[in-house]
Design a protein around this ligand. Structure first.
Ligand SMILES: [Zn+2]
Length: 73
């Protein structure tokens, strides 16, 4: 099937696949990073995953830092 040229422009979400996004589960507050938003929470399996807000992203980064410091120490 031939695709017209104007349809070959990268869709906006293709850029998100390069950058890992941070998501949070509304049910169990599990924070995790993924290239794309999953339907189910990887921790509790509930369909309550949404993109993390600014505060939650910072919380996630803090956890990562703690984890990395623990690994090195
Ligand atoms: Zn969950």
């Amino acid at each position: 099937m031939k695709i017209p040229l104007f349809k070959l422009r990268r869709p906006w979400y293709s850029y998100l696949s390069v950058i890992k996004m941070i998501f949070v589960c509304d049910k169990c507050h599990f924070l995790f990073s993924r290239a794309s938003q999953p339907e189910q929470c990887p921790d509790c399996g509930k369909y309550a995953v949404r993109p993390a807000n600014e505060a939650e992203r910072r919380e996630y980064e803090e956890h990562l830092k703690e984890f990395q410091e623990a690994e090195h120490g």
